[in-house]
Design a protein around this ligand. Structure first.
Ligand code: GTP
Ligand code: MG
Length: 244
């Protein structure tokens, strides 16, 4: 169970309580281990709802969400969540050092500092930490420490998700506050890992998901198209419009 990490959605629908329309409607698709998937669509399309289902925070109202052919339910949700690295749009920082924030949840004496720095490098935040923070990785952040910008927090969040070397990475607008050059560098660094990791990225900017193996285009809870960037650009005028 959960060794190959192939994810599949079968006839999956999701209704929020008291909602008239489904937030997700009859989705059918597979995500193969080691592939990268981009989720795009306008606001309210259902992207975050889909991510919450993947994270095991919501259960399908109809149909199935499976990993390695097993339905994810109360019995295996915890196990599944352990293989996930999740980067939400807003990164929560604790009142502790940069290292502790990256290795969140690990007691100080057990932090693998070389792993912290390796992940910070991949997340394009290592140079900032060394060059601009007075005490480097020991600098205190959070309420009582140095304040970081949205983009700096996002990169700490990405390093944090990488620290546990997850099988599956889920980014919900995780690079939205980065400039194009930094975003590209982060995505390239993460993609180098992606021969073994599955990557699921939500984005508003098409440039974020341009190199994904597969892009899923959601509108009002339905998949209206899917394919790689070039295929969608060529055949889908709505998708082309998003690119402008
Ligand atoms: P953006 O983050 O704005 O780009 O949208 P999204 O694509 O992530 O959409 P999301 O999955 O958040 O929402 C899909 C639909 O479900 C929308 O119609 C929302 O209004 C609705 N929705 C989202 N969260 C809730 C909730 O907690 N309760 C209810 N009733 N509806 C919700
Ligand atoms: Mg969202």
């Amino acid at each position: 169970l959960l060794v190959n990490h192939s994810i599949s959605f079968q006839n999956l629908s999701f209704f929020y309580e008291n909602a008239e329309k489904p937030a997700l409607k009859n989705l059918n698709f597979d995500i193969k281990k080691g592939s990268s998937i981009g989720l795009v669509g306008s606001t309210g399309a259902g992207k975050t709802t889909l991510v919450d289902l993947i994270l095991g925070l919501l259960e399908p109202s109809e149909g199935e969400f499976k990993v390695d052919h097993a339905i994810i339910d109360e019995k295996n949700t915890r196990q599944w969540q352990k293989s996930l690295g999740y980067v939400p749009q807003d990164i929560y920082l604790v009142d502790a050092s940069i290292s502790e924030n990256i290795a969140l949840g690990i007691p100080v004496e057990k932090i693998d500092q070389s792993q912290v720095e390796k992940c910070a490098e991949l997340a394009q935040v290592h140079d900032f930490i060394l060059e601009e923070l007075a005490h480097g990785y020991q600098t205190q952040v959070g309420e009582r420490g140095v304040r970081l910008s949205g983009g700096q927090r996002q990169r700490i969040g990405i390093a944090r998700a990488l620290y546990h070397d997850p099988e599956v990475l889920v980014f919900d607008e995780a690079t939205s506050a980065l400039d194009n050059v930094t975003e590209k560098a982060v995505i390239e660094a993460v993609n180098i890992l992606s021969h073994k990791k599955t990557i699921i990225m939500i984005a508003h900017r098409l440039s974020t998901v341009k190199n994904c193996d597969q892009i899923i285009y959601l509108e009002q809870g339905e998949i209206i198209d899917s394919g790689n960037y070039q295929e969608l650009i060529e055949r889908n005028p709505k998708f082309r419009n998003m690119a402008i």
